[in-house]
Design a protein around this ligand. Structure first.
Ligand code: UDP
Ligand code: MG
Length: 306
């Protein structure tokens, strides 16, 4: 039997906050009624899983999926969506940066007929300038490239209707950028504006590498435009280079300049351009490779209360 609301909470090494997070979430959800909270232990190497096990022993509304290793945030959320049975599913971080108290407001908006209520960050407390700046730049770059509009300054904190969940479950891509994928479905969406708190405890689990991967997934899974950069650049440079060549030959013939230096600098410039273009293609080929392998997005080692 499905229940009305599912809360999906990915957790990677969150031993310091997971208990607090569970308490605040269930306090909010108890007021609302029929719910389940699905924690995904994304291969934590600390005590997170043990804490989750003992919580789930006491509280049958808590379900736990435990991965065999760390697969990543988007993968963990995807697993939660796979197992969620609610008519509406709420995705929220384990570190209490997204306030659980916002959930009742999101539910009200959903009841009025909005399919995707996404949390939009008005302020970000306790985040570095670099993080805010890169996030700001990323969303603007993405929207400049993208065919589909992805709301700016949003994370994965959101409430989505069952029909959106079903569509997301039908998307087999391995490199998952869920906030873009849910915008892509085209169902009605509206922002819920909130102030993003500081982490309740612990440190960010998104290191630079994971952030770069997420950004890469966001761009490559929503836009083919980078692949067109080489052909556009080539078409512009070709006639210019030809003209330049003719001029050089003529000037050299009449012995006016020594073109050695120019030739070398142009050569280096061309080689680096070619490398960049090859790199762009390489990135897309890598993504194709990930997809054609057809491996599962994650591996679940243990299920509790499911
Ligand atoms: N997370 C995860 N797997 C990872 C990295 C992060 O499940 O590989 C979870 C993490 O436990 C948290 C959420 O994803 O619940 C967001 O991570 P974090 O708070 O570290 O990111 P930030 O808020 O700093 O962007
Ligand atoms: Mg966080």
């Amino acid at each position: 039997m499905g229940c009305k609301y599912s809360v999906v909470v990915p957790a990677f090494n969150e031993e310091e906050v997971i208990e607090m997070s569970y308490e605040r979430l269930s306090d909010v959800m108890k007021e609302i009624g029929d719910y389940e909270i699905i924690f995904i232990n994304d291969g934590s190497r600390d005590n997170t899983f043990n804490i989750l096990k003992s919580i789930a022993k006491e509280d049958k509304a808590v379900k736990v999926l435990s991965f065999s290793r760390n697969f990543g945030h988007q993968e963990a959320v995807s697993a939660g969506l796979e197992y969620a049975s609610g008519d509406a599913v709420i995705i929220i971080d384990a570190d209490l940066q997204d306030p659980p108290e916002a959930i009742p407001h999101m539910i009200k908006m959903w009841q009025k007929g909005t399919d995707i209520v996404y949390g939009k960050r008005e302020k970000r407390k306790g985040e570095t300038f670099l993080k805010k700046f890169t996030a700001w730049g990323f969303y603007r770059f993405l929207n400049a490239l993208g065919a589909q509009k992805i709301p700016r300054d949003t994370g994965d904190f959101r409430l989505i209707d069952r029909k959106v969940v079903n569509q997301l479950k039908n998307m087999p891509e391995k490199n998952r950028f869920l906030r873009g994928m849910s915008a892509w479905t085209g169902f009605s969406q509206e922002p819920y504006i909130y102030v993003r708190d500081e982490r309740a405890a612990g440190k960010t689990k998104y290191n630079l590498k994971k952030m770069a991967k997420l950004a890469g997934d966001g761009i490559t899974s929503f836009s083919n435009r980078p692949l067109k950069i080489p052909i556009v650049t080539g078409c512009i440079m070709m006639p210019l280079s030809l003209a330049y060549l003719i001029v050089s030959i003529v000037l050299n013939a009449v012995n006016i300049w020594d073109s050695m230096h120019i030739i070398f600098s142009v050569l280096f410039l061309m080689v680096s351009l070619i490398f960049i273009f090859l790199g762009i293609m390489g990135i897309y080929i890598g993504r194709i490779f990930d997809e054609v392998k057809g491996r599962p997005t994650y591996i679940i080692d243990e299920l509790i209360n499911i």
